[in-house]
Ligand binder design. Sequence first.
Ligand code: C2E
Ligand code: MG
Ligand code: MG
Ligand code: MG
Length: 288
Amino acid sequence: QAKKAGNAPVQWFYNALEAELRYRCEMEMALRDAVAKDALEPYYEQQVDLDSGEIRGFEMLARWHSSQFGQVPPDIFIAIAEETGLIDRLSEQLIAKALRHAASWAPHLTLSVNISPVQMRDPWFAQKLLKMLVAANFPPQRLEVEITESGLHQNIAMAHALVTSLRNQGIKVTLDDFGTGYSSLGQLRRLPFDRIKIDRSFVMAMGEDANCRVIVEAIALLGRGLGLPVIAEGIETPAMLDSLRGMGDFKGQGYLYGRPQNATTTHALLAERGLLIDAPEQAEEPAP
Ligand code: C2E
Ligand code: MG
Ligand code: MG
Ligand code: MG
């Protein structure tokens, strides 16, 4: 009797672990199926000029609605895709869709895409991306690739090769989530980025935490000094926008401007603002 009671926590632990593993395994199968069916959807979040409020472009964010699991956050399914080798195909499908959508946007608008550290290990990644751009007739100058800081320290030589070849093709490279990584300043020194994106945790805490304000200000200064445009993410309130505006001329994004939207809603928003190419002939024109 006593022995049984003593084992109960262990048994409970094994049951919980087993349930967890089963859940994870089922989610992995569902994701595999979604990728096979090309069922993931690109959503778009506005990136605006903070002074004028004008739209400058959009960041594509992956969305997965599973019939079994509902809406699964990208932080979760991207991690699964990275572990299971699905990431390349998943990302390629989403970028291809996004390029098709963005082809109808006004020619000054940019498209930002996130890429995973796992993709940076693929020596053909830059070439694949270029091929997709050519196929979609989308100028590389309008594409921005966002690389998160946390993935960079794993293999700096490979990251350097990738960033360089992307930039040689005219693609812009953004250091995403700046300030949260392993060695933020070190990354800036080692890799030739085109811009930096201040992590939303700093932006969102500016109101309550004076230190965060100082950090954001310092990043703005750093960007100016290095000649790197700065973009702020996570702008949720007019107060956050006000503080950022006082720090200089940069772009930003956040729920204040709108939540990420699907292609149809984004298209409607752009139509309303006169930011679509309507004549198909115009799509053939070379970019400025
Ligand atoms: P991220 O690239 O840093 O994207 C910004 C995240 O912040 C997005 O979360 C966005 O929806 C959210 N966000 C934007 N504005 C606000 C705001 O004002 N307030 C708050 N609370 N959140 C805001 P999401 O869509 O859940 O994506 C999470 C992360 O997943 C992304 O972070 C990115 O690292 C990754 N991810 C998303 N799509 C892809 C993809 O296609 N490929 C890869 N490799 N990663 C992706
Ligand atoms: Mg991003
Ligand atoms: Mg970010
Ligand atoms: Mg992030």
